[in-house]
Unconditional design. Structure first.
Length: 366
């Protein structure tokens, strides 16, 4: 018994794909299903698997549209994973969708801000290629009208890079007391930018991200964010696949995964505690040419794999210690220090240990 899967390739930003695939694999294992890479062939059908379904994991309109078109031409039914259920994706002819409940999450964010008397709200860091950003913006504008806030499209800051978004935002930042960021990566950039401008968070501005990435809890102040559990998306994708196979009279079906709001210091609270940090979740949009977003993503990849010894090694690099000095201080071999540094450089795609130290120093991670 097989389940066919294909995914959009997005490089460093694509750890969320790995998390979804992990969820698919774990759920498939429980059900004695083999996960198979889709290579363009039409899946075999039998008495139990009567539909030629393929799980398609992506995030951009362009990829989803072209993938659906190619599959439908071959008589294959795509089941989109990480694609919002809206008029655009419904027109693609997919058999179903597994996505985050972004609309509900946006309602929770806006309700939270309004309840805390933060009603001068900006939406920051959106990217045109990212489907979920469009959903967030549409919901943001609807909710501004719902809460009768004097806000509109001019309060949405989107551009090719977050640095360009910040240039536009700087002209109007005095108008706001809260910012919703399209992703944790955009929020990480914004927090550092606000610090450089002398703006205090949360005193002057509340900042909220999307993703609950590892870096969101490592930065100072810690970031209030919406959790995106990509592993759960994978679990639900397999369950929906099985449901549609066993109910041939149901043509399409969708599943929305909850996105709880996690309150931290950027909105003035530290009520949320994590006893055992897990591999995250985090929706990072595609910013191929945006070095600031890529820096935040480098930190995310680094923090996902390092332990206390790695942290102490980086602390030694920040103090300009030699490799020998770091090894002596930690009572480990020089080769062990070199191996760990190499592993960190590879994980975060850093060019050198100096580059690694500069990024960690900039965002005050250690």
């Amino acid at each position: 018994m097989n389940i066919y899967v294909t995914s959009e390739q997005v490089g460093l930003q694509g750890y969320w794909v790995t998390d979804i695939l992990s969820g698919i694999s774990k759920e498939a294992l429980k059900k004695n299903i083999t996960v198979v890479d889709y290579q363009g062939e039409k899946p075999e059908t039998n008495d139990e698997y009567i539909r030629p379904l393929v799980l398609a994991i992506g995030h951009s309109y362009q990829w989803m549209e072209s993938t659906c078109r190619q599959m439908l031409k071959k008589g294959v039914q795509p089941l989109l994973v990480n694609a919002g259920q809206d008029i655009h994706t419904e027109m693609l002819g997919a058999a179903g969708f597994v996505s985050f409940g972004i609309q509900k999450a946006m309602y929770h964010i806006m309700s939270y801000l309004v309840a805390n008397k933060r009603t001068k709200i900006a939406f920051f860091g959106a990217h045109d290629e990212t489907h979920s950003d469009h959903v967030k913006i549409d919901e943001f504008l609807k909710l501004c009208a719902h809460f009768q806030l004097p806000l509109g499209s001019s309060d949405v800051y989107k551009d090719l890079t977050v640095a360009d978004c910040a240039k536009s935002f700087e002209l109007n930042m005095h108008r706001y007391n809260a910012v919703i960021c399209s992703s944790d990566a955009a929020a990480v950039y914004l927090l550092k930018w606000l610090e450089d401008k002398g703006c205090k968070v949360p005193e002057d501005l509340f900042v909220i991200g999307f993703g609950n990435s590892v870096v969101s809890e490592a930065i100072k102040p810690t970031l209030t964010t919406v959790e995106n559990n990509f592993v759960e998306l994978g679990h639900q994708a397999v369950k929906l696949h099985q449901f549609l196979q066993r109910n041939s009279d149901i043509h399409t079906a969708s599943v929305l995964v909850e996105c709880p709001l996690i309150e931290r210091q950027t909105t003035g609270t530290v009520r949320y505690k994590k006893s055992n940090p897990k591999a995250p979740s985090g929706s990072m949009p595609l910013y191929d040419a945006d070095p600031d977003i890529l820096t935040a993503l480098q930190l995310e990849e680094l923090l996902r794999m390092w332990d206390d010894i790695d942290r102490q090694i980086v602390d030694g690099l920040l103090q300009n210690k030699t490799i020998i000095g770091i090894a002596d201080g930690l009572f480990i071999s020089v080769s062990a220090v070199k191996y760990r540094i190499k592993k960190m450089l590879t994980a975060g795609d850093f060019k050198s240990k100096e580059d690694l130290a500069d990024v960690v120093r900039k965002y005050n991670i250690v």
